[in-house]
Design a protein around this ligand. Structure first.
Ligand SMILES: [Zn+2]
Length: 209
């Protein structure tokens, strides 16, 4: 894949050429998500802005973008260092310098999904309607093992409604229909929701015997 190295024999890609590669890579990785990829050049540098709605988590997108970064920035010492990469294509491998120093991704949340997440928080916390500025005795937890996120009762800390919605969305992948492979969490009245997509899935099996 891409390896940092230095050599005089290399091809310098423009920012637009790099953006084209980024677009291809995102399409290959997340075929069901539409990305806006825009290159921007200014005096002293160039960057690429990626925007999309719902889709994969920003961690997933960052993992792709990090391969196309033409520079590293160390904020501790305020230093920008350039790096070269090995670009592997069907024609073989070549040494390149990608034309964008920095790549930024912004994930927007659709109105539809926003309302779903609000309903999920409201259902779990109880109450007539979702209130973004109300501090609920609830926190968002991440399922590191099986992916996704859920809500849990938290009387000590709690979170604002808007923060809970943001935290749920941040940890959930919407790039493809959920296969409900994630585990579920209880939301009250015997119902469960999928940690992967938040869908109300099934009533928990009550211990009857
Ligand atoms: Zn699901």
């Amino acid at each position: 894949m891409h390896r940092t190295t230095t050599s005089p024999r290399k091809r310098r890609l423009t920012c637009a050429e790099t953006a084209k590669l980024v677009r291809q890579a995102l399409r290959a990785e997340f075929p069901e998500t539409r990305f806006s990829v825009r290159s921007k050049t200014y005096s002293g540098g160039a960057s690429i802005d990626v925007r999309y709605v719902d889709g994969p988590t920003s961690y997933g997108v960052e993992a792709v973008l990090s391969l196309y970064r033409g520079a590293e920035f160390d904020g501790m010492v305020d230093l920008k260092t350039y790096r070269d990469s090995i670009l592997t294509t069907d024609d073989g491998a070549e040494l390149v310098h990608f034309g964008a120093d920095f790549l930024f991704a912004q994930r927007d949340i659709s109105e539809h999904w926003q309302r779903q997440l609000e309903a999920e928080v409201c259902e779990f916390a109880g109450g007539e309607r979702f209130e973004p500025n109300v501090h609920y005795p609830v926190s968002c937890f991440v399922d590191h093992e099986r992916g996704g996120a859920g809500l849990a009762r938290d009387d000590h800390r709690g979170e604002y409604g808007s923060a809970l919605v943001l935290q749920l969305s941040t940890r959930r992948d919407r790039s493809k229909p959920c296969q409900h492979g994630s585990s579920t969490y209880g939301v009250g009245n015997g119902w469960n929701r999928c940690k992967g997509c938040g869908m109300r899935t099934r009533r928990r099996i009550e211990a009857t015997s």
